[in-house]
Design a protein around this ligand. Structure first.
Ligand code: GLN
Length: 547
């Protein structure tokens, strides 16, 4: 029988529910259980693809082209999985399915209602997807973590709570563990640990028919025994099932912290001394010991909101771990680098340039829309002209191409049609197959092959053996295939192209320590201990290592 761990959240969002749920997954996997996961997002959007990173952080992209919540990235990285779009369940998807069935006549004669039609469909979906393998092996997994987004008590999550309440009877109570993640604030001069918010949140959950088996409480410091006992008494949970997830130096400590507090006993699994947990422990403690610095300038648009670039940050961290350096990310708002900003705010301008010039490497991540574009262009120019290691991802490849056309080929009117439809010299153009009328799920998405065009170059060596690489895409524009020859003759080589041999996927600049652009998003496939090759190259070059 499959084991289900259902993780809900209380009090407020942003408690690290996804990290807690993935960490529980690490323990299940360490105990030898093949584990998968499902993230439920109760919003009405079909998927995360049309949402701004300001709303929910980055849009994570899967092999099958699913544009999903960033928590699926946590699961893929922590559990080394390859999930599919169905692993992210949204209200938009469920309602579309039920309404389609209604139109077909599947419920003929019945009134279609939230209970039972929506709640049944949620349960069917969960059971079906939980049985799909995501670890590259055959057959159904042994365990599934289900994370319910939002906070208990939200109107939109009510049908899911009801479906999950019923689900325990469908699959057997003994096969379901309910985990509730909550907050214990520390207040006042003596640092009193407050339990009332958690008490209220559990009361709300129990009122909806679910009694948590385990409480995981976020706090700034370890919870005292007294606090745990109080929570146990008021929340109808066994005292050993009250866990604290307090602040730690890095997130790899979270599974260890839960294991040390006895989570494995409660889940009735044995992960004591398993090699996976040993590796995990070594990684967590090793990371704390790194002292030698490396700094990367991140020239982006959502620099106030690091979740907008979560996978890029993870990729940088994984690569930094591999080269044994302590990573500093210098966040630079791209528009602050533009000369026009100098007249608006000279201080921002000089801070931005100071940060750029003091960084060991430069990264321009993906993005949409024209804000900050000229700032990204000058960041690419600065890196190219000063031999500073540069990695351009998707939009970062496109701006570097525009910069090269303008300043090396001398075509001042070069731009992307994304920013200027009537551009004089279209260096980057709209891809012919992309819809101009529908924005949801219509980009060039998901895993596509890139075929090497050369026998040897830095980025090819980083990827290792093989004629091609498979990485995940998410874009509407591409380098104009008509100008590739002209650009290449000036030294910017398109060393990887798509299967048609027309579309540029990777460039590398001759005679530069590391100047690489990729049209795809390598950040979606990084793993701790197995960093994404383009990021590893950036960090190696930024640390002064030969490539
Ligand atoms: N806006 C660009 C495009 O659509 C880049 C997209 C991206 O960086 N993901 O092609």
């Amino acid at each position: 029988m499959m084991k289900y761990v259902i993780v809900s959240g209380g009090v407020l969002s942003g408690l690290g529910k996804g990290v807690t749920a993935s960490s529980i997954g690490v323990l299940l996997k360490s105990a030898g259980l093949r584990t998968t996961s499902i993230k439920i997002d109760p919003y009405l959007n079909s998927d995360a693809g049309t949402m701004s990173p300001f709303e929910h952080g980055e849009v994570f992209v899967l092999d099958d082209g699913g544009e999903v919540d960033l928590d699926l990235g946590n699961y893929e990285r922590f559990l080394d999985l390859n999930l599919g779009k169905d692993n992210n369940l949204t209200t938009g998807k469920i309602y579309s399915k039920v309404i389609e069935a209604e139109r077909r006549g599947d419920y003929l004669g019945k009134t279609v209602q939230v209970i039972p039609h929506i709640t049944d469909e949620i349960q069917n979906w969960i059971e079906r997807v939980a049985h799909m393998p995501a670890d590259g092996m055959e057959g159904a997994p042994d365990a599934c973590i289900i994370e319910l987004g939002g906070t208990v008590g939200d109107i939109e999550s009510a049908p899911y709570i009801e479906a999950l309440r019923q689900f325990q009877f469908r699959v057997g109570r003994e096969n379901v563990t309910f985990v509730h993640v909550s907050l214990v604030p520390v207040m006042g001069p003596v640092g009193e640990q407050k339990t009332k918010p958690t008490q209220h949140s559990v009361k709300e959950l129990r009122g909806l028919g679910i009694t948590p088996d385990i409480l995981v409480c976020r706090s700034t410091e370890p919870m005292t025994e007294e606090t745990k006992e109080k929570l146990a008494a008021f929340c109808h949970v066994s005292p050993d099932a009250v866990m604290s997830t307090h602040d730690v130096p890095n997130i790899y400590h979270v599974p260890l912290m839960l294991e040390e507090q006895g989570l494995c006993n409660i889940l009735d699994i044995d992960c004591n001394g398993t090699s996976m947990l040993k590796e995990w422990r070594a990684m967590a403690y090793d990371l704390d010991k790194l002292t030698e610095d490396v700094s990367i300038a991140m020239v982006g648009k959502y620099t106030d909101l690091s979740d907008a670039y979560l996978s890029v940050i993870k990729s940088l961290q994984h690569a930094a771990m591999k080269v044994r350096r302590k990573l500093t990310i210098n966040w630079i708002e791209a528009s602050h680098l533009e000369s026009s900003w100098k007249t608006k705010n000279a201080e921002d301008f000089s801070t931005a340039w100071g940060l750029l010039k003091s960084s060991d490497g430069v990264l321009v991540p993906g993005g949409f829309g024209d804000r900050g574009i000229e700032g990204k262009v000058v960041a690419a120019q600065y890196s190219r002209e000063n031999n500073v290691p540069y990695l351009g991802i998707c939009l970062g490849l496109q701006v570097a191409t525009i910069e090269f056309c303008r300043n090396v080929l001398g075509i001042s009117g070069a731009n992307s049609t994304e920013f200027d439809e009537n551009v004089e010299y279209p260096a980057v153009i709209f891809m012919p197959e992309i819809s101009k009328t529908h924005l949801g799920g219509t980009m060039r998405l998901g895993s596509r092959p890139t075929i090497w065009q050369v026998d040897d170059c830095k980025i090819k060596r980083l990827y290792g053996d093989g004629d091609s690489v498979d990485e995940r895409h998410r874009h509407r524009y591409e380098v104009n295939p008509d100008i590739i020859e002209q650009i290449e003759s000036a030294g910017l080589k398109f060393v990887g192209k798509d299967e048609t041999g027309q579309r540029c996927e990777i460039f590398e600049l001759d005679g530069h320590p590391y100047y690489v652009g990729v049209q795809y998003h390598p950040e979606f496939k990084t793993r701790p201990g197995k960093p994404s090759p383009p990021f590893l190259g950036l960090l190696m070059a930024a640390s002064g290592m030969d490539l």
